[in-house]
Ligand binder design. Structure first.
Ligand SMILES: NC(=O)c1ccc[n+]([C@@H]2O[C@H](COP(=O)([O-])OP(=O)(O)OC[C@H]3O[C@@H](n4cnc5c(N)ncnc54)[C@H](O)[C@@H]3O)[C@@H](O)[C@H]2O)c1
Length: 471
């Protein structure tokens, strides 16, 4: 399972030898460890730029300061935005004017950009500052949603910034840095808080090149805690005996949740160990059987009364080209990866899922880009992208969010058995030149299952290190 190039990078001697003979080594990513903190960006220096009549400056400044960051106003910042920050600075402090040698993040508030000439501001900001971005740094662009732009000029600027973000991500990936963009809808501005915290912190180490659309489709919860964000919430994780499901359960439990752990009876021993370690509630059942949906729901109702979130993680592969695929291989993949999710989800929604709960489905890059020998698997994973889009529209009024996570190449037992060539392609054909870890997927899921993500619904977010596949 080890990535030999990452091992070379970790040892100073082998690193020196490898670089002297021209082997490009992947960067070591800084990953967040332990429970989330209220001040998750403690002392991180963040350079903020912006242009025009922006719509998020107040919430951006307060978000960064509440999270413990130090804000540096870029000298190139336009006077209109600058005066807003200076006002905030007078009021609450924590905002500085002098330039720094290195910044943890470069954040550009582009919500005021209205026409292509004004895009020059983004050129100046990044041209002047990109060399000051520290390793494992973050670039974040915040733009107005295309739908809310009043003119064609404004709409093309919003859309164009996506291309800008995707390209700059490729320029900074070799240092372990990432670039992402938030599109914010009108009247959803305050909902960027949780998203900004997630993207700028080390929770998002392997989330690169992504578009986060913040809307007010889901009704807002009353409280949005960023410390013990899942305190006493009941969260079901399917396929929790190993791999991504196990790690996700651990991270969710760490945020204070009661974890309900489901897996196949054959995985009973492993599931028992996970349940013991996390003080979780194990359920053994087979999602191949449609009658399991009611059994699982009844158990949750009896033991907990209600559910606050579900992670539909259990999934299988039965890879064959369509010509060689047996009918049962088609049927099994469709049952576990799609029909069981639809059926179980309906049963949970009708009986135990509470208002303001969160639903996360595990999709895959194969569902976005397709993959040789995976017609069955890719169909189910693409179908889930449609599922979250349509269901989110139905349940938003109950404050329920529904999203999909699409992992790229993740180092698990499922990928360890792939041929070396396929593994190497999976790892290297990405901005960060390496595979992700189950915890990278788990952190994104934990964010999407917690209240701070309430602006994000109906979406698919990749956790792929900026994989070139399907980009
Ligand atoms: N590992 C990757 O690179 C990757 C990439 C993209 C998507 N994914 C998706 O992420 C999810 C987890 O992947 P993983 O790599 O951790 O897989 P895994 O095979 O390690 O774990 C899957 C778990 O689901 C359980 N499961 C399977 N069939 C079941 C059934 N009928 N009833 C109950 N439980 C069942 C298994 O027992 C297992 O514990 C899957 O949906 C997978 O498709 C993984």
């Amino acid at each position: 399972m080890n990535d030999i190039l990452l091992e070379l990078e970790k040892n100073p001697l082998t690193k020196q030898i490898a670089t002297s003979i021209g082997i490009p080594l992947p960067p070591i990513l800084k990953r967040y460890k332990g429970p989330w903190k209220e001040r998750i960006l403690e002392d991180k220096k963040i350079n903020v730029g912006g242009y025009g009549k922006t719509i998020v400056q107040d919430i951006l400044a307060t978000t960064l300061l509440k999270a413990g960051a130090q804000i540096y106003i870029d000298p190139s910042i336009e006077q209109q935005v600058r005066s807003i920050y200076e006002e905030i600075r007078k009021g609450i402090g924590g905002i500085f004017l002098q330039e720094q040698e290195k910044y943890h993040a470069l954040v550009f508030d582009a919500t005021g950009i209205q026409n292509p000439d004004e895009l020059k501001s983004i050129y100046y900001f990044f041209h002047n500052n990109i060399r000051k971005l520290a390793s494992n740094g973050r670039i974040l662009i915040i733009a107005k949603a295309e739908e809310d732009q009043k003119t064609i000029e404004g709409a093309v600027c919003s859309k164009g910034l996506e291309g800008f973000t995707r390209s700059i991500a490729k320029e900074i990936g070799k240092k372990g840095s990432t670039a992402n963009i938030i599109y914010v809808r009108e009247k959803a501005e305050e909902r960027i808080e949780g998203v900004v915290r997630f993207i700028l912190s080390e929770l998002s180490a392997f989330v690169d090149n992504q578009v986060f659309r913040v809307s007010n489709l889901a009704k807002a919860p009353k409280e949005i805690p960023f410390y013990r964000s899942l305190d006493r919430k009941n969260i079901l994780i399917t396929g929790a005996a190993r791999g991504i499901g196990e790690k996700t359960a651990e991270l969710i439990a760490q945020e204070g949740a009661n974890v309900i752990l489901l897996d196949h009876p054959l995985a009973g021993e492993d599931l028992g160990k996970v349940a013991e370690r996390l003080n979780g509630y194990p359920i053994l059942d087979d999602l191949m059987d449609p009658e399991s949906y009611a059994r699982i729901t009844d158990k949750i109702k009896e033991k907990f009364g209600k559910l606050d979130g579900v992670v539909h993680n259990a999934g299988i592969t039965r890879d064959k080209t369509i010509a060689n695929m047996k009918e049962e291989q088609w049927d099994q993949v469709l049952q576990v990866n799609l029909k069981a999710i639809l059926g179980l989800n309906k049963s949970l929604l009708d009986n135990v899922l509470d208002d303001f709960s969160h639903i996360v489905c595990l999709s895959s890059i194969s569902g976005i880009a397709g993959n040789f020998g995976q017609t069955n698997y890719s169909l189910t994973k693409a179908a889930l992208i449609g599922f979250v889009k349509h269901l989110s529209e139905q349940v938003g009024k109950r404050g329920i969010t529904v999203n999909a996570v699409a992992p790229g190449f993740i180092e698990t037992k499922m990928t360890a058995v792939l041929p070396l060539f396929v593994k190497e392609a999976g790892r290297r054909l990405s901005n960060l030149s390496q595979g992700g870890l189950p915890e990278d997927v788990g952190q994104l899921i934990t964010f999407l299952i917690s209240p701070g993500s309430y602006g994000i619904t109906g979406q698919v977010i990749r956790v792929c290190g900026g994989a070139l596949l399907g980009a």
